[in-house]
Design a protein around this ligand. Structure first.
Ligand code: LIP
Length: 270
């Protein structure tokens, strides 16, 4: 079943990705905003989500679907899809070739398929539960034995000014304790960067499940571990991804940084 779900997700990711690239110039003229006036959404986001949603239901009409741009289908099959049609919409609008279609399939509460596709670089990241993680068919592995002070860490920030102030205060506390920070603008691709060793670790507060569901599986199938600062399952409160020992060290450093930056309010999503 996982192979069937993977095949469908890959086909739809490629179709939606190609459509997104083809319609960019037209789409950026349709940009509006969502949670804040710096949280963009375009006709391409909506069109890509519609292509994916229709593609799933044409083959699997009883599945459930949750999409960033409003797709909400209640099914009965026990299979639920999480869809971010363009993860990194701000990059898409500005013509920065770092955005992706992210599609995950969950069966009876467990994510079993993850697909993240960057149509600009033609990088297809895939994973099935127990089947490994791949970039264009080549197996992926996270970095190992990297101490926090030598770690290259990816992150992202919320769209609301009050959240960005808190995120910045946490980064200010963390920065002296790591090699360096990268903020590239797509959570799904940031998680894939951890899976393939482009980043040693990644963390972000305020993500939605559609941002991280596919990347979470890809990281785990590449030998990594995802958690919150308290060691729980990733959530909108925090996503930390790395090889397990580094994930735990980063979680401890973030917990301290949050306390020092007196982070009480920064919980939840945009
Ligand atoms: C984006 C994430 C990114 C985060 C942005 C935004 P979107 O997703 O991929 O990591 O920092 O705030 O949430 O909104 O482009 O789908």
């Amino acid at each position: 079943m996982n192979d069937e779900l993977l095949e469908l997700a890959v086909a739809l990711a490629r179709t939606a990705g190609a459509a997104t690239v083809a319609m960019r110039l037209e789409a950026i003229g349709t940009t509006t905003t969502k949670s804040s006036d710096t949280d963009p959404v375009t006709e391409a986001d909506r069109h890509a989500e519609q292509l994916i949603t229709e593609g799933i239901l044409a083959v699997r009409p009883t599945d459930s679907i949750v999409g960033e741009e409003g797709a909400g289908v209640e099914g009965t099959s026990g299979v639920e899809w999480y869809v971010d049609p363009i993860d990194g919409t701000a990059n898409y609008v500005y013509g920065i070739p770092f955005y992706a279609v992210s599609i995950a399939a969950e069966v009876d509460g467990n994510i079993v398929v993850g697909v993240v596709y960057n149509p600009e670089s033609d990088e297809l990241f895939t994973a099935t539960r127990g089947g490994g993680a791949y970039r264009n068919g080549v197996p992926l592995s996270v970095t190992t034995n990297v101490p926090l002070g030598k770690a290259l860490v990816g992150t992202g920030f919320g769209y609301k000014p009050e959240d960005r102030a808190v995120d910045g205060a946490v980064v200010a506390e963390l920065l002296p304790r790591i090699r360096d920070l990268r903020r590239l603008g797509s959570a799904a691709l940031d998680l894939c960067a951890v899976a393939m060793g482009r980043f040693d670790a990644y963390f972000e507060t305020g993500l939605h499940v559609w941002d991280y569901a596919a990347g979470w599986l890809i990281v785990e199938e590449a030998g990594g571990h995802c958690q919150t600062v308290d060691g729980g399952q990733p959530s909108p409160q925090m996503m930390i991804a790395a090889h397990a020992p580094l994930a735990k060290d980063l979680a401890n450093a973030l917990k301290l940084a949050q306390e020092t930056a007196s982070v009480e309010s920064r919980v939840g999503t945009d």
